[in-house]
Ligand binder design. Structure first.
Ligand SMILES: [Zn+2]
Length: 276
């Protein structure tokens, strides 16, 4: 069983009209206005999973500013998950700066959402450690949701969409809410470099973000029970991301926990009925 904890899918409408979406959402424009930036649908993801031997994926929403964009993307994630027979686990999106945030969270939970992400408070203009962050934590607590946050590593390479949540803000939020399950994307911005942390981290886009030596150090600092395999598909192919993980992590036990055990501990038993 291989579980990819960090993938992105959009409805065909976003893929076909990316210029319209880019005009009204600055974070989307930064990351996706370049026609070469890949946008994948649920069908694309399922084909990739078949090709790479991935059984189950967490599919994440985008941190839109507009309420309608948020709910439309969430509808797509939830429908794709429902159709996938357990292969796609939906983490829906939310804008905590919106008055509709709590009702949108409740609506998504009722339709099967297991988490919220990829959260980018800076892109949407709200404070993870302010009132909005408190409301987010309360919602996660009430509904048993996992929070997956984009975390910006200090230094490292520049890339579109790098800013979204600083390491300092992420660390403070995680320490204030130790009872919640919080996942820091991109090795949590190397959060384990400075010592223990209550968070999980995923390996999303790890080959791109860290230089080789830093990546090795950042990976080695993560406890074996806190590391989650995440590709950041379609930015990186799932097959390549798996190869990179196996090359960077030499312990079979660590790899096995990253691709299966830790994700199952968070999601509960996952079943991929149609997995080949
Ligand atoms: Zn990210």
């Amino acid at each position: 069983m291989i579980i990819d904890f960090h993938t992105h899918i959009f409805g065909p409408d976003v893929r076909d009209r990316r210029d319209d979406y880019a005009r009204r959402d600055p974070a989307f424009a930064e990351m996706y206005s370049d026609p070469k930036a890949k946008i994948a649908t649920a069908d694309d993801l399922l084909a990739s999973m078949d090709a790479a031997g991935v059984d189950v994926c967490v599919a994440l929403g985008f941190a839109w500013r507009d309420d309608d964009d948020v709910s439309r993307h969430n509808d797509y994630l939830l429908e794709a998950a429902a159709r996938s027979k357990g292969r796609i686990v939906p983490f829906t999106t939310v804008n905590m700066a919106s008055a509709a945030a709590e009702s949108e969270i409740a609506r998504c939970v009722a339709a099967g959402a297991r988490g919220l992400g990829e959260l980018r408070p800076d892109s949407q203009g709200w404070d993870l450690n302010g009132g909005e962050g408190e409301r987010l934590a309360a919602g996660a607590r009430e509904h048993g949701l996992i929070l997956l946050v984009h975390v910006t590593e200090e230094g490292g390479r520049e890339y579109p969409g790098k800013r979204g949540c600083s390491l300092a803000a992420f660390r403070e939020f995680a320490h204030r809410h130790k009872d919640l399950v919080i996942v820091g994307a991109h090795l949590g911005g190397d959060v384990y470099r400075d010592g223990p942390s209550p968070v999980y981290v995923d390996t999303a886009a790890q080959p791109f973000l860290y230089r080789d030596k830093e990546a090795k150090d950042a990976l080695a600092a993560v406890p074996a029970d806190r590391l989650l395999f995440g590709s950041d598909y379609p930015l990186i192919s799932q097959a390549r991301a798996l190869d990179e993980l196996r090359a960077a992590v030499t312990s079979d036990e660590r790899v096995s926990r990253a691709v299966q055990g830790n994700a199952e501990a968070l999601l509960g038993p996952v079943s991929a009925e149609s997995a080949s």
